[in-house]
Design a protein around this ligand. Structure first.
Ligand SMILES: [Zn+2]
Length: 454
């Protein structure tokens, strides 16, 4: 009788990210990490068991895989096609026409680009909002990629505000699409969840918003939406409803402990009270907020209020990277400016990128820290690099090194579900040149259909 494969990652600096709020890295120590199948079987002062396979860690940092709370796999094909525009122009002139022009093949190419890039950068868990159609393709590709994912087809039923005709559906059709995805994919392989994903207030009728909330409650699904991103969008919501953004979402039943809201850059005191009252999570996307000129979210304040916060790269056309290391660094830098140095510093940023993000997505029991029983999603960083601090021998120094100085160059290996997906800096599951070529072959027809051919 044989059980799951068991092996030992020996001689690493364990950064478990399982500590209390004031010391979130947990007990940093030199030791080993045992993997059994796709799970962490143990960590600490471990010795190889008889006949056990041992992989040398070489004194590298071993930390949990990153958890990204907000991304759009469907948009990765459009990277570089929508630069230097504010949110509503960015949507109306580029993103909505391009999303509408997707077919299944171009959606697949975009999803593959996305998941390869996420894994190469150490993101092993991601929540994404897809387009109105073809989300089943993205789900298939997430399962193939091997990461943990929360995926929702975007719900939109309003055609005003520059939305291309044919992109929105009826409210009933939007919910039916989510229902078909749920029946086929929800909890597949224990690592894919289907979420209910209204795009944002301006693209959903009250009827759709209420139906989405009821459907999510009935099936205990997560709700994933955008909120309070840009001043012009916030003003448009106020003009339409006579109330502030989160008040509208609250009245529609879309706030709650299973809800997560991308951005929340512009929130009033009353709206922050609603976030706390409903225990809704905030998904912070600092690069996007800067690139679209939206503002700086009050993440340090949200944390002080006890809110759950995750980080995300958002869509490739509004970033234009999908790098958690880039988001980490920017999140900490921006809060040093907004709230004062150290209020939301390196250790907090690292926590938000791992266990904090897992808590925001309700996945703390599966991913986000190094604990026995959790998925063996592990990053190995080599800090022996002339571009990094010469000494990183305390939790604070390790956090500072990873957040402020490290880049993907020092990320030498990524374990996803107990399997190496990146090793010695090489991506194993994907041929990135072939992915790029396949995506490039899809793009001209998409641009043609979108009316954006050059
Ligand atoms: Zn987004």
């Amino acid at each position: 009788m044989t059980g799951p494969d068991t092996w030992l990652l020996d001689d690493v600096w364990l950064v478990p990210m399982d500590g209390p709020p004031d010391a979130p890295l947990g007990a940093v120590r030199r030791g080993g990490l045992r993997v059994r199948g796709d799970r962490i079987a143990g960590l600490g002062a471990l010795r190889p068991e008889a006949g056990e396979r041992v992989i040398a860690g070489g004194g590298r940092i071993a930390m949990p895989g990153f958890v990204q709370g907000h991304a759009h796999a469907t948009q990765t094909l459009f990277r570089g096609l929508a630069d230097d525009l504010p949110l509503l122009d960015w949507l109306q002139q580029r993103i909505w026409p391009l999303e509408h022009a997707h077919d299944a093949a171009s959606t697949r190419a975009s999803a593959r680009l996305t998941f390869a890039e996420l894994l190469a950068g150490g993101t092993t868990t991601v929540q994404t909002m897809e387009s109105v159609r073809h989300t089943e393709v993205t789900c298939e590709e997430a399962l193939t990629a091997g990461l943990t994912a929360v995926i929702g087809n975007c719900l939109m039923d309003l055609a005003d505000g520059g939305v291309p005709p044919g992109l929105p559906t009826t409210a009933a059709a939007a919910i039916a699409t989510t229902d078909a995805l749920r029946r086929r994919f929800h909890r597949r392989d224990g690592r894919l969840e289907i979420a209910v994903a209204p795009r944002f207030v301006l693209s959903c009728s009250d009827e759709l918003a209420h139906a989405a909330a009821a459907y999510a409650a009935e099936h205990r699904l997560r709700v994933h939406t955008h909120a309070g991103e840009h001043p012009a969008e916030v003003a448009a919501v106020r003009a339409r409803y006579g109330r502030d953004y989160l008040e509208v979402l609250h009245d529609q039943g879309l706030l709650g402990a299973r809800s997560s809201l991308a951005h929340c850059v512009h929130t009033t005191e009353r709206e922050r009270e609603l976030l706390v009252l409903t225990d809704s999570a905030v998904l912070h996307c600092p690069s996007t907020n800067l690139k679209l000129g939206s503002g700086i979210a009050a993440v340090a304040t949200y944390r002080q209020l006890g809110l759950r916060v995750a980080l995300g790269a958002d869509g490739a056309p509004c970033n234009n990277r999908l790098s958690m290391l880039a988001e980490l660094r920017l999140a900490a830098l921006l809060q040093n400016l907004a709230a004062g140095p150290g209020v939301f510093g390196a250790a907090q940023a690292l926590w938000t990128a791992t266990r904090g993000g897992a808590r925001a997505l309700g996945l703390d029991h599966e991913v986000g820290s190094l604990r026995p029983g959790l998925r063996a999603d592990v990053l190995l960083f080599d800090l022996d690099d002339a571009a990094l601090p010469l000494v990183a021998d305390t939790p604070a120094a390790i956090a500072g090194t990873l957040v402020y100085a490290a880049t993907e160059r020092q990320l030498r290996a990524v374990l996803c579900g107990g399997e190496f997906v990146l090793r010695d800096g090489e991506l194993l599951r994907y041929d990135r040149r072939a992915l790029r070529a396949a995506a490039a072959a899809e793009l001209p027809a998409v641009l043609q259909r979108a009316g954006l051919a050059r």
